[in-house]
Ligand binder design. Structure first.
Ligand code: AMP
Length: 282
């Protein structure tokens, strides 16, 4: 596996691959890789001739006071996992390599989409995500790029950016990978102590409750959301940021739980903010 730390190295290798007629898959990550990331790499390996994984904790998507400095990092472990799953290149740039000191250009969706759900408490987050993903698209020029349904709003926003900016890149969404007890895998799970780890199960339990209500015929979003909210509020270590039902494509609120509606939540367990979701009908 090639370890590239500069944009020039990536461009040179990708142009060699393209000259051989090979297709390129890109998996953008912030590192500290786990089986959720690995599932994206596996999917990319199965669909593309060469797979590039970016491993970059992107500062522009963190607001002051968020966990940019604390964000876990372990590049050696990441490389081992990526080799095991058949990635061809890891792009591991420094912040200075990715951002000019006077960088002032952003890619931002100006509709309400990035202001909903996570955007309410993280107003600059999706501008940072779109900007870094646009840069990665320009650097790697992939045929396909792989994103997890775990970050459902991010996936919807990237799809919108690709449409609006005419990127000729196929966006492939991949299902949420969970721990055996149901907690969605996340690099941030490492922040949880053992008591919090147990408390974190309320997210998945609330999702199961919502899914059960829908299966049993309840399609009123307000009723399902309020039952899910109540079940989370029973856990003393949990503090809800949001539990919402939105259209899976536009991320705008809905009243009816039709197929394709995204039921998403962000919940603080102690100081750790965790997200999870399901899509109705999937
Ligand atoms: P991150 O490193 O957290 O920025 O995540 C990089 C990519 O991996 C994103 O597209 C995430 O949605 C995806 N991802 C993270 N955790 C999971 C998971 N548990 N299941 C599926 N995809 C995931």
């Amino acid at each position: 596996m090639i370890i590239a730390t500069t944009i020039a190295q990536v461009r040179e290798q990708v142009s060699k691959w393209k000259a051989q007629g090979l297709t390129i898959g890109l998996v953008p990550t912030m590192g500290y890789l786990h089986e959720g990331h690995a599932s994206l790499v596996n999917k990319a390996v199965s669909q593309c001739d060469r797979v590039v994984v970016s491993d970059f904790v992107n500062p522009t998507q963190f607001a002051p006071g968020e966990d940019l400095e604390a964000y876990p990092r372990d590049f050696e472990h990441d490389c081992a996992l990526l080799r095991q799953h058949g990635a061809d290149m890891v792009f591991y740039p420094s912040v200075e390599e990715m951002y000019e000191p006077d960088a002032a250009t952003y890619v931002e969706i100006l509709s309400d989409m990035p202001k909903m759900l996570c955007g309410k408490t993280r107003p600059i987050h999706f501008r940072g995500v779109c900007t870094v993903v646009a840069k990665l698209f320009n650097i790697v020029t992939p045929d396909r790029a792989y994103f997890g349904q775990k970050d459902a709003q991010q996936l919807a926003i990237i799809r919108k950016m690709v449409r609006d900016m005419s990127y000729g890149i196929e966006i492939v969404g991949c299902p949420i990978v969970r721990e055996p007890d149901g907690l969605a895998k996340s690099s941030r799970n490492t922040y949880l102590n053992s008591e919090e780890r147990q408390a974190a199960l309320v997210l998945h339990k609330a999702l199961l409750l919502g899914q059960k209500m829908i299966r049993e015929g309840e399609h009123d979003a307000a009723k399902v959301i309020s039952a899910m909210t109540e079940s989370i509020e029973k856990e003393p270590l949990a503090r809800i940021d949001y539990v919402s039902a939105v259209d899976g494509v536009t991320i705008l609120p809905v009243d009816e739980l039709q197929n394709g509606v995204l039921v998403a939540m962000a919940v603080y367990i102690g100081k750790t903010r965790l997200i999870d979701n399901f899509t109705v009908g999937e």
